[in-house]
Ligand binder design. Structure first.
Ligand code: ACM
Ligand code: ZN
Length: 745
């Protein structure tokens, strides 16, 4: 990166945002304070050279954006620089500074605000910097800005946001909102994931069934879900983005993740179908047949219509998560492997992508694929988007290919904030460790992903913000200036702006964590409440109500000895912050009793160990909450020893159903009891068949009434479904039983 020196000796270089009284994200590469102030008021005019209509357009857009976020309505006028009075002057100056297409210079002095850039894109980016300096929602008549000079340019050219509209559809109006948010934070690539197993979202004139059939799915409750963009609407979104210097990268998934297309045109599969547009999430075995010429005729027709709609050079063809089962069993695919002298199905996948790459490059388009396109050999000219860690980016860059870094660990913003908090998002390093210096230029940037299995228009902003600010700074700013404490301060001063734009941003970190420790001898839980962020007040309740600042304040670990619901919330400046955390305690006769398990739970889901099934702590609907024990591919057989014969009234057990995570209710559950531990008498049994297509997440509580029964030993047998059934995406693989507690009363 080449930087020009700041032009004026009056300016002092600033290292922190707060230094100039402005809080910018991303942090500009160079910022220096000047002397004096500029007063901006309702009479300040935005001026552009009359002979530059493009500068005029950018000036009007900036005026509208300032009005939206700050409420200030500034006149936008064509004029030379001779105009008198308070002004913001925009100027395109191709000879300005040689720092790249998006660079700009913003100078605030007592006389004027002067924004200049080599390119229209640079002018627009600089306008966003200015917009961020104005207080959001301000009703002040005048705003005083400190004199300063900024010279700025992006570190990475590719700064992307990936939006999956396959699982959940977003309207054109909503896509425009996302583009507005991207623009504010200088993001420049909208990666639009348009086709999926659960829906085909783009009108293709030659294949109308793609949207007539492929855009709609029948949910398990019988309702219809779907939607698609007409070609006119696609053009509208692309133009809206282009006005803000954001390029749109369409993604048309192949050879996998295509069940919506195959439902419409089953003849493009290996088996001929029939198929249904999927309602489950996951990876499906049905893929395009690589042996049929019809597949390529179809894909080329589709791509030719897509090329006509999108102006950007790049086109994404997916390429991720392609099971090889169908190709292995398909005579045509096997014939192709032979005819093309390919070693196996991995090379068939590579051959498939290379064939598509040839088609695209002949039409001036550059192919991007997820890192699986490396398998079996990379197509010439292909750009790799690395999502399974950074290995794909490393391999691609070393072989002279460009790469976009999107490791799930740091950029999948669909992830819960407890897995990927703001600090972690900010620690993202797009250049893989160990990459040779002469190959670093192949890392063209990074992208965050919003996979939409659990994202709708209702919660997308909650997932994207504030993490987008971290990615924006990682990709734009000088990596040597990265400073989390300073960044966090700036993020917090951006919240009013986000609010003014109607963005329901989420928390910076998991607001509250409840840590429980069970003492089986004392039969009590010690609960520690932690906040993921500093400066939080923690309050809790023990009666199931939502905590408020009037609830008891947490100061030291709590001891829980009776059945109760504990809820804890974090508060900043008296306002609830994020969601509260809760723990359900259900003390019973067997709490702390010795327990024998015939099969061990998976170490990944042990819920804290041996006696977790009799610790009185109940699980939530989230299988990852640390309170469920998971048994993979085996039965749950648990025997409790109460220590002496006791009268029993009731037995209960909680099982989780979450088939999207391969978790099924046990096929069969049997309770039995014994006085001496030798012979057990069956007291109740339950069947839990899982109907085809079941996707609801729920907790099943099996309950047995046993008035007058005396026993010392209690046994529960829960039979695993075994292999995931044929209708399930994991068909043939092991399924799980999840159990949280065996309650004896
Ligand atoms: C991906 O997450 N399957 C690219
Ligand atoms: Zn085939």
């Amino acid at each position: 990166m080449k930087l020009v020196p700041l032009c004026c000796s009056l300016f002092l270089t600033l290292t922190t945002a707060a230094g100039a009284g402005v809080a910018l994200v991303p942090q500009p590469v160079q910022m220096a304070a000047g002397k004096g102030n500029f007063t901006l008021s309702a009479s300040t005019r935005i001026l552009y050279p009359a002979e530059s209509p493009e500068t005029g357009r950018i000036a009007r857009l900036l005026g509208a954006e300032i009005r939206q976020s700050s409420g200030l309505d500034l006149a936008v006028l064509p004029a030379g620089d001779a105009g008198r009075g308070s002004k913001i002057r925009l100027l395109l100056d191709p000879g300005l500074i040689d720092t790249g297409a998006e660079s700009y210079r913003l100078t605030i002095s007592g006389r004027e605000i002067f924004l200049t850039a080599q390119t229209p894109a640079g002018l627009y980016r600089g306008g966003q910097t200015l917009r961020q300096m104005l207080p959001a929602g301000s009703r002040k008549r005048s705003i005083v800005l400190p004199a300063l000079e900024i010279i700025d340019q992006p570190h990475f050219g590719w700064r992307g946001v990936h939006v999956d509209v396959g699982r959940h559809f977003h309207s054109v109006a909503y896509m425009k909102r996302i583009i507005d948010w991207m623009a504010l934070y200088k993001m420049n690539r909208l990666h639009w994931h348009l086709t999926e197993d659960q829906g085909w979202r783009i009108e293709i004139k030659k294949y109308p069934r793609l949207t007539e059939i492929g855009a709609w799915r029948t949910e398990p409750d019988g309702s219809r879900y779907g939607g698609f963009y007409t070609q006119e609407e696609i053009r509208e979104v692309v133009a809206y983005a282009a006005d803000r210097f954001i390029d749109v990268v369409p993604e048309i998934e192949m050879p996998g993740h295509c069940m919506a297309a195959l439902t419409a045109y089953p003849e493009l599969s290996c088996t001929g179908g029939p198929f249904t547009v999927q309602t489950q999430w996951g990876v499906f075995k049905e893929v395009y047949c690589a042996g049929k010429e019809e597949t390529f005729a179809f894909l080329e027709d589709v791509l030719s219509e897509v090329i006509a709609l999108f102006s950007f050079d790049y086109l994404h063809i997916g390429g991720d998560e392609v099971p090889r089962d169908r190709w292995q069993a398909c005579p045509r695919c096997q014939e192709r492997i032979k005819a093309e002298e390919l070693a196996d199905e991995a090379e068939l996948q590579s051959w498939f992508i290379r064939r598509i790459e040839k088609y695209l490059s002949a039409r001036g388009r550059r192919l991007i694929g997820w890192d699986e396109i490396l398998d079996g050999g990379l197509a010439p000219g292909a750009t790799v988007q690395s999502w399974r860690g950074m290995e794909g980016a490393l391999t691609a860059a070393r072989s002279g290919h460009d790469a976009i870094a999107s490791p799930g660990s740091h950029t999948y913003f669909n992830a819960d904030i407890s897995t990927l908090d703001l600090r972690k998002a900010y620690s993202f390093e797009p250049v893989p460790d160990g990459l040779e210096p002469d190959k670093i230029r192949h890392i063209i940037g990074g992208e965050c992903c919003l996979w939409s299995e659990r994202i709708t228009e209702e919660n997308l902003d909650y997932q994207l913000f504030p993490r987008l600010l971290a990615l924006s700074e990682v990709l734009w700013s000088n990596p040597r200036q990265r400073d989390y404490a300073d960044f966090l301060q700036r993020v917090r001063s951006h919240y009013p702006l986000l609010e003014a734009m109607g963005i329901k941003y989420g928390p910076e970190a998991r607001p509250v964590t409840l840590l429980t420790r069970f003492d089986p001898e004392q039969k009590l839980h010690t609960v520690t409440i932690e906040s993921g962020e500093e400066g939080m007040a923690l309050h809790y309740t023990l009666d199931g109500t939502e905590p408020s600042t009037a609830s008891p304040r947490y100061t030291a670990p709590l001891t829980v000895t009776r059945s109760t619901q504990l809820k804890a919330g974090a508060f900043r400046d008296g306002r609830a912050y994020g969601e509260s955390a809760k723990a359900d305690f259900n003390f019973h006769l067997a709490c702390g009793a010795p327990l024998h398990l015939e099969n061990s739970p998976s170490p990944r889901y042990s819920a804290g160990g041996e006696r977790s099934l009799v610790d009185g702590l109940r699980g939530s609907i989230a299988f990852t909450d640390g309170r469920w024990q998971g048994f993979e591919g085996v039965d749950l057989v648990a025997t409790i020893d109460l220590g002496e014969t006791r009268p029993l009234h009731r037995l209960r057990a909680g099982f989780l159903q979450d088939t999207g995570s391969w978790i099924f209710l046990p096929a069969f559950v049997e309770w039995s009891v014994s006085r001496e531990g030798g012979t057990f008498k069956s007291v109740a049994a339950f069947d839990h068949p899982t109907p085809a297509g079941t996707s609801a997440q729920r907790i099943q509580e099996d309950q047995v009434e046993l008035p007058g029964t005396l026993a010392r030993y209690i046994r529960l047998r829960a039979r695993n479904v075994g292999l995931c059934p044929a209708w399930h995406p994991g068909a043939g693989g092991p399924s799980w039983i999840f159990v949280d507690e065996l309650v004896v009363e």
